[in-house]
Design a binder for this molecule. Structure first.
Ligand code: SAM
Length: 269
């Protein structure tokens, strides 16, 4: 079979089929356009069909490819980590603004693949960046990404703040799990294949956010910022929780679609 016909036979999004075939053949997608009439070896056809079957069964493309591009970095991803989302790049942008304003010690809580920590370190190499997760498998993935990218990050295994004793940072960033346990969205798209521990923030979805907001001030230096990603309908609850716990300059930012998805506040003693 030739490349063009193989891609058409997949009956999934054309770009995804091209990405899968390019990976199987070890070429880039542009090659497929120049070689659309080339015959494909049977072993490659079989591997392609196997992966396309897995995609149709609901396995996310990023897990099939084994990587995901985020900010300026290519990250390895697997079933132990959330596939980094485009919207989270807004959080990186805000974090970099804070680093540029003087925050040099930075903690990414719930780092997963290391997406936020590694993006910050790649863009601001002088920053001292820590990445924390309660999942040893996620930390393995983050660590491997750091090695592949040649970036130095301090990786911490911890259930939120529990293993941090009295350490403080000038900037704490988190994209914690924030979906309610009974939210029907958990059954849609790529979500059923992603780790529940990366998605579900408790019965209401607010539990992880509340916990982080409640304890962050013990780990922020004077004037430090806490920046949080949250669901599109959680902004007012996150603002209220930050204010209740003494944060000032509480601000919400919208994502590219106009949804209120990020909220931050400053801690002053
Ligand atoms: C929504 S994912 C975010 C992953 C990554 N930061 C990103 O933006 O792509 C949430 C992460 O929080 C971690 N997590 C969940 N509960 C945690 C806890 N109690 N302590 C530390 N990390 C936790 C999960 O393992 C997961 O990696």
């Amino acid at each position: 079979m030739i490349a063009r016909d193989l891609i058409a036979s997949a009956h999934i999004h054309r770009g995804e089929a091209e990405a899968v075939l390019a990976m199987v053949l070890g070429v880039d997608r542009a090659w497929l356009y120049a070689h659309g009439d080339d015959p494909i070896a049977k072993a490659a056809v079989d591997r392609f069909n196997e992966l396309i079957h897995a995609r149709r069964e609901g396995k996310p493309l990023a897990y099939l490819l084994g990587y995901c591009d985020f900010w300026t970095v290519r990250l390895q991803v697997n079933q132990h980590v959330l596939i980094p989302r485009r919207e989270t790049e807004h959080l990186v942008e805000w974090a970099l603004e804070q680093i540029d304003a003087g925050a040099s010690r930075v903690l990414d809580m719930g780092t997963g693949s290391g997406a936020i920590a590694l993006s910050c370190k790649a863009s601001r190499p002088a920053a001292q960046v820590s990445g924390l997760d309660s999942s040893p498998h996620a930390l393995d993935c983050a660590r491997e990404n750091a090695i592949a990218l040649g970036l130095e990050v301090d990786w911490l295994l911890s259930d939120w703040f529990s293993a941090l004793s009295s350490r403080t940072w000038q900037l704490i960033i988190a994209n914690p799990p924030y979906i309610a346990a009974d939210d029907p969205h958990l059954l849609q798209g790529d979500l059923p294949a992603e780790p529940a521990s990366a998605l579900i923030g408790g019965a209401t979805g607010m539990e992880s956010l509340q916990h982080i907001i409640q304890h962050a001030r013990d780990h922020l230096s004077d004037g430090g910022w806490l920046l949080l990603e949250h669901g599109f309908d959680q902004a007012s609850a996150v603002r209220a929780a930050l204010q209740e716990h003494g944060f000032c300059a509480v601000t919400t930012r919208a994502d590219w679609s106009g949804h209120e998805r990020l909220t931050g506040g400053q801690w002053t003693r």
